[in-house]
Design a protein around this ligand. Structure first.
Ligand SMILES: Cc1ncc(COP(=O)(O)O)c(C=O)c1O
Length: 431
């Protein structure tokens, strides 16, 4: 089979055996791409077309695609280890636990490892309830925390929850950024307040100045646990190693995932402050995970943190984020009928288009221009841009040029299908 046939077969089988409607939506957004080669900020599809990856599995590739240093660390670990016996201590878990305690702020100290972000959020909520012996969990509208039991109950989008009622009891939601609403919802039954410092899936909503410090103060007053979900914002994405650092706030519990696995091996962690360790003293086997904290994952996590620190990727995220913002300002001036607003922090950026149709149409156009980017689930008028933190200024300019070309096509009325988008230039495969 040649590349074209292999791609057609894969897309056909995906639609037949995995998810037919998803296959159609991806097709219409120009994202029916089968990833082949992956390197740095780029992926190549089976037919050799290259794309700058601005999706990165929502921030899973902070160190780039198939970063050679992380691949080498995983290969070396494979030479002598496997997942390990989860019930035993291991050097990998011990080393990664220590390193996470070193790089997280304040007295965040203990780590509970997992294999998915949802699992991490579930444990964070269990810990808040178990430690405080209180039932109530407050989360935010449009927040995103995964699809497992407790996490799904906290998620801020009704559509994800609707088929599964009844959800967990004692979950309450408040508008993100509204301290008054949070204060009104909090009481002496509140175990924890869970939120993202920058809502990702919710549409790149950055916590307003002073908000996270206000949440901290309200939690302190009520004796509730502040849980920051840094699964997407962590590991340099917003210009500091963790987003809570720019807010000058230390949460009681922090969830970490995605980029901890270097884009190669699933591993997540819940890091929590020293006093909460008492709960584990009483309940050392209260949360178990066969794949959580696998020795291979720990090796990858340690190599990823080393690469982030040695190459100052948080600093690069800050600098490249500023370059993007300057470019967005120019694009907004040029295409006010397409680009309404832009926002973000570091390389966690969002473009607010004029209407809901423009997210899918821009995804389609950008793919034609060699960039993959997705609109958000909560709001199709918002596009997320989250390239690897290794991106260089020339690559930022390449993405900005692709946005320029795509917005020009949208302003001229192009749609998502090849027919509607007629006249666009055919991209030649690059190798
Ligand atoms: C902020 C946040 N929390 C939790 C999750 C869930 O992580 P996972 O998909 O690994 O379960 C995600 C995934 O996108 C996320 O962005």
């Amino acid at each position: 089979m040649d590349a074209k046939e292999t791609k057609a077969q894969a897309l056909h089988d995906f639609a037949q055996y995995v998810n037919p409607m998803k296959a159609r939506i991806l097709h219409h957004a120009g994202l029916d791409i089968i990833e082949a080669r992956r390197e740095g900020v780029r992926v190549w599809d089976l037919e050799g077309r290259s794309y700058i990856d601005c999706i990165t599995s929502a921030g899973s590739f902070n160190v780039g695609r198939r970063n050679p240093a992380i691949v080498a660390a995983l290969k070396a670990a494979l030479d002598e280890a496997d997942q390990g016996i989860f019930l035993l201590a291991s050097k990998g878990k011990a080393d990664l636990g220590r390193r996470l305690a070193e790089i997280t702020p304040g007295d965040l100290k203990f780590s509970m490892f997992g294999a998915s972000g949802g699992e991490a959020v579930d444990f964070a909520i269990k810990l808040a309830r178990g430690y405080t012996r209180r039932p109530k969990i407050i989360s935010t509208n449009k927040g995103y925390h995964g699809h497992t039991g407790f996490a799904l109950s906290a998620i801020g989008r009704d559509a994800y929850q609707a088929p599964f009622h009844p959800l967990m009891p004692e979950f309450v939601r408040v508008p993100f950024g509204d301290l008054g609403a949070l204060a009104a919802a909090m009481d002496d039954r509140t175990a924890g307040v869970l939120m993202e410092p920058v809502q990702g899936e919710g549409g790149i909503n950055v916590a307003p100045d002073g908000y996270l410090a206000g949440v901290r103060a309200l939690c302190d007053k009520a004796g509730a646990m502040m849980i920051l979900d840094e699964i997407q914002t962590g590991f340099g994405r917003t210009g500091t190693m963790f987003a809570c650092e720019w807010a000058g706030v230390v949460p009681d519990i922090m969830t970490l995932g995605k980029s901890l696995g270097g884009g190669l091996y699933p591993i997540t962690a819940v890091v929590f402050r020293e006093p909460l360790g008492d709960f584990l003293v009483m309940n050392p086997f209260i949360h178990l995970s066969t794949f959580g904290g696998a020795d291979l994952g720990c090796a990858v996590g340690l190599a990823t943190i080393a690469f982030l620190v040695e190459n100052d990727l948080p600093g690069n995220a800050q600098r490249m984020g500023e370059r993007f913002m300057a470019g967005f300002a120019a694009l907004q001036e040029k295409y006010p009928e397409v680009l309404r607003e832009y926002r973000g922090r570091g390389l966690m950026m969002g473009l607010q288009y004029a209407d809901d149709s423009m997210g899918p149409r821009m995804s389609y156009q950008l793919a034609q221009h060699g960039v993959i980017a997705l609109y958000t689930g909560n709001d199709p008028s918002v596009m997320r841009l989250q390239p690897p933190l290794t991106i260089a200024s020339e690559e930022v300019d390449e993405v900005l040029a692709a946005l320029d070309g795509s917005m020009a096509a949208i302003a001229a009325g192009s749609g998502t299908s090849p027919a509607a988008a007629g006249g666009e230039k055919k991209r030649r495969p690059q190798r």
